[in-house]
Design a protein around this ligand. Structure first.
Ligand code: PXP
Length: 250
C-alpha cells in the first residue's frame, strides 16, 4: 500500500455506495464496482465498515471485496465477538476498531481505549496474531494514544471529525484549535512508534492541513467522495482529492 509520489495513502470508504443500494434493496449500485473504480482512480486502499445492524455494508460485500480487490481492505468493525470471528475468517490487511452505537447516524466519537484497555488488549491479540494490522479509531487525546500504544496497536486513526465540522460551520477559531490538537497527537503517536492515520468528515476544503502533517500516513475518506461522485463522477472526485493531498504534502 505504498504510494509512489509520497508516503501519504488514500483509503476510500465505500460504505455509502451500499447505503444508496440498500435504500431500495436489490443489487445497485454495487460497492465492489465502486471500489474497483476507486482503485483505478488512485485509491491505495478500500475501507468498509460492517456494522452490527448491517445498515450499509453486508457480509456478502465483505466477501466480494476480499475476493475482488487488488489493493488492501481496511475492515472497520466494533469490538464484538461476532466481528472478531468475521475478521479472523477473512484476515483483511487491516482492521480498524471503532465504537458503535445502534442509534447513531455515523461513528460519533473515538474509541475509549483508555477506559477499556484490558478488554481491548485481549480483543486485538488474535487479530494481530492472524496477521492483520490493528488500528484504533480515537479522539486526539493523549490518554487514548498512550493506551493504544500500551495495548500493542499498530496504528491510531485520529478522529478529525471535530476539526472538519467546526471548519465547515465557519468556526475557524475552534477548528484551528482542533487542528493544533491533532498536530500534537500525530507527533506524539509517531514518537511512540504508532503509524498515524486520520479520517472522518474530510472534504476538499478540510483535507490539506491534515494531509500536510508529515506523521500522517493514510487518510480514510468516504461520505464526501461518494456525494461528490453524484456531480463529478467517482473517478474525478478521487483524482481531485488525491491531487489536493499531494499538493499539501509537497
Ligand atoms: N474512518 C473511520 C474510522 C470511520 O468510521 C469513517 C466513517 O465510517 C471514516 C474514516 C470515513 O468518514 P467519512 O465517511 O466521513 O469520510
Amino acid at each position: 500500500m505504498v504510494n509512489k509520489q509520497n508516503n501519504l495513502r488514500l483509503g476510500v470508504n465505500i460504505d455509502h455506495v451500499a447505503t444508496v443500494r440498500n435504500a431500495r434493496g436489490g443489487a445497485y449500485p454495487d460497492p465492489l464496482r465502486a471500489a474497483l473504480l476507486a482503485e483505478k482512480a488512485g485509491a491505495d486502499g478500500i475501507t468498509a465498515h460492517l456494522r452490527e445492524d448491517r445498515r450499509h455494508i453486508t457480509d456478502a460485500d465483505i466477501e466480494a471485496l476480499m475476493d475482488g480487490l487488488t489493493v488492501p481492505l481496511n475492515f472497520e468493525m466494533a469490538a464484538t465477538d461476532e466481528m472478531q470471528r468475521i475478521a479472523l475468517r477473512h484476515k483483511p490487511h487491516a482492521v480498524c476498531i471503532v465504537p458503535e452505537k445502534r442509534e447513531e447516524r455515523t461513528t460519533e466519537g473515538g474509541l475509549e481505549v483508555a477506559r477499556e484497555e484490558n478488554k481491548l488488549a485481549h480483543f486485538i491479540n488474535p487479530l494481530r496474531e492472524a496477521g492483520c494490522r490493528v488500528s484504533m479509531f480515537i479522539a486526539a487525546e493523549m490518554k487514548q494514544v498512550d493506551a493504544a500504544h500500551r495495548i500493542g496497536a499498530d496504528i491510531v486513526e485520529l478522529h478529525v471529525g471535530p476539526y472538519c465540522d467546526e471548519y465547515t460551520d465557519g468556526h475557524f477559531d475552534v477548528s484551528d484549535r482542533e487542528l493544533e490538537r491533532l498536530r500534537e497527537m500525530a507527533k506524539h503517536a509517531a514518537s511512540l512508534g504508532l503509524e498515524v492515520h486520520a479520517g472522518h468528515g474530510i472534504t476538499y476544503d478540510t483535507v490539506k492541513p491534515i494531509a500536510a502533517f508529515p506523521e500522517v500516513m493514510e487518510l480514510n475518506i468516504g461520505h464526501f467522495l461518494i456525494g461528490e461522485a453524484i456531480f463529478d463522477g467517482l473517478e474525478n472526485a478521487i483524482v481531485k482529492m488525491r491531487r489536493l493531498m499531494d499538493e499539501a504534502r509537497a
